[in-house]
Design a protein around this ligand. Structure first.
Ligand SMILES: Cc1ncc(COP(=O)(O)O)c(C=O)c1O
Length: 274
């Protein structure tokens, strides 16, 4: 039998799933997988029951249903502080997972370099491999997981096409300050790099920290693809929920969330570790 693709040959089992399996096996507290510890809002579950009886069972528009994009644009405009065009700047994907993959495939050619803060959410490793890009890791140093601006500039001197910014960050929980984001923004501008953000934890931030949207920094709107998701905010990680991505389908920037159908009922999420 012929071998499978070289592209996926180096892939291993997901570390997160492996830790989930082991923690289930030993009855441990599972800190590896991002299950919110609160229930989905009643309104969202009731609405799901209602729409199952309505006429929404056929293909949607490729980049997301009009009413969903309008709702996402209105919500993100309110939080990001600038108007977002639902027709030009929002693309709906199946979760931030697809949004990040699509964003990287859109930006990076094989051989391009991409800056990744480390430790990083494991999907970025696979995303980088799938687009043939070469990661440049910049450490976030414990105990407070800050980066050294000099080390970051060294990474930018290698002419990366993009930087991946997970903020608030998984796995280290770092919420980048406006000042830190301004350092990243200045370097992105100076070295002409894109910034792809993963902001799935945008609404799960604890005082005194505050979430700052990278795209909202001066000059960054046109340089940023902002990815986020409904899955954490609404505790519906088991749905293939719509993720808004802010980047134009024609080449200028917009924003993403996850897909509009349920893959698995949320009530089963804890008993389906695999
Ligand atoms: C940083 C980060 N991005 C993306 C995801 C997955 O998001 P989604 O469920 O929207 O695909 C997770 C899930 O743990 C995550 O921690």
């Amino acid at each position: 039998m012929q071998s499978l693709s070289e592209r996926t040959a180096g892939f291993t089992d997901s570390v997160i799933r492996r830790m989930t399996r082991i923690s289930n096996q030993y009855g441990a507290v599972n800190l590896s997988q991002g299950f919110p510890d609160f229930e989905p809002p009643r309104a969202i579950l009731d609405r799901l029951a209602e729409v199952s009886q309505e006429d929404f069972h056929q293909y949607s528009i490729t980049w997301g249903a009009q009413n969903l994009r309008e709702a996402l644009a209105a919500k993100q405009s309110r939080y990001m502080g600038f108007p977002i065009d639902p027709n030009g700047e929002i693309t709906v994907t199946c979760g931030s997972t697809e949004a990040m993959m699509a964003a990287m495939m859109t930006v990076a050619n094989p051989g391009d370099r991409v800056v990744v803060f480390s430790p990083f959410y494991e999907n970025y490793g696979a995303d980088t491999i799938l687009c043939g890009a070469e990661p440049i890791y910049v450490p976030l140093t414990p105990p407070d997981f800050r980066f050294d601006p000099e080390v970051l500039e060294d990474a930018f001197r290698q002419k990366p096409k993009a930087l991946i910014l997970c903020n608030p960050s998984n796995p280290c929980g770092r919420v980048f300050t406006r000042e830190e984001l301004a350092v990243i923004a200045a370097l992105a501008e100076k070295y002409d790099a894109y910034v792809i953000t993963d902001e799935v934890y945008e609404h799960i931030v604890y005082a005194p920290h505050r979430h700052t949207y990278f795209a909202a920094l001066p000059g960054m709107r046109q340089r940023t693809i902002s990815c986020s998701s409904l899955s954490k905010t609404y505790s519906i990680t088991g749905w293939g929920t719509p993720s808004p991505r802010r980047r134009s389908r024609t080449g200028s920037k917009r924003s993403t969330t996850s897909s509009p159908w349920a893959r698995r009922p949320p009530s089963r999420r804890r008993s389906s570790p695999d």
